[in-house]
Design a binder for this molecule. Sequence first.
Ligand SMILES: CC(C)(COP(=O)(O)OP(=O)(O)OC[C@H]1O[C@@H](n2cnc3c(N)ncnc32)[C@H](O)[C@@H]1OP(=O)(O)O)[C@@H](O)C(=O)NCCC(=O)NCCS
Length: 188
Amino acid sequence: MQTNLQTERLTLRPYQPSDAQALRVLADNFKVARMLTRLPHPYPEGEAERWIGTHDDLRAAGTGYPFAVEKDGALLGTIAIERGDCGAFELGYWLTESAWGQGLATEAARGILGFAFDELGLAYVRSRYIADNGASARVLTKVGFLGTGRARTFHAVRQAEVEMIHLILLRDAFIRDDSGTKQVYKAA
Ligand SMILES: CC(C)(COP(=O)(O)OP(=O)(O)OC[C@H]1O[C@@H](n2cnc3c(N)ncnc32)[C@H](O)[C@@H]1OP(=O)(O)O)[C@@H](O)C(=O)NCCC(=O)NCCS
């Protein structure tokens, strides 16, 4: 059983089978899929049901915590931390296009990172973004992530090589609200 996480404007909650139709509609967007490495495009029929069906086992095993991002009762997207190949937990997220530009991804990231550090007791969380994803770069730096390296990989949706920027957030470096962020960036 996983509890909901409440932020100022958002509820982060476990997906339900009844979310599948809405999820399929939101996820089937090239502008979203081109920035992710694991979202198939076009989004296949039945994929939403299959993916939601994996969540109970992930949570039971302690290897993944996917949340539906909801605002005023409407599904906006997904945010998750999941154990990657190297054993570290990685943060990933996407929101539907109409929700962009309102600080919602940053708010959701702060919600799930609070859970990661305070509830799960993680010492650090990793993340990565494709080099041309300025919005995600900004979300991650606003909450305190620092770059650790770059690597090229083939992107199935773009059918091209992309450069991935890898980052890490140490628990003590987590910027929990906006109060210090602007100072950090003014000083930089
Ligand atoms: C990345 C994404 C989640 C951002 O969502 P969002 O709710 O718009 O993010 P926020 O509003 O919290 O923050 C975005 C920040 O990036 C900035 N930004 C937006 N577009 C930008 C760009 N092209 N270049 C640089 N910065 C950009 C915004 O101004 C904002 O920064 P600010 O608060 O300093 O003004 C959303 O664009 C998305 O879902 N994209 C597709 C999927 C994706 O990229 N997922 C992440 C994969 S790593």
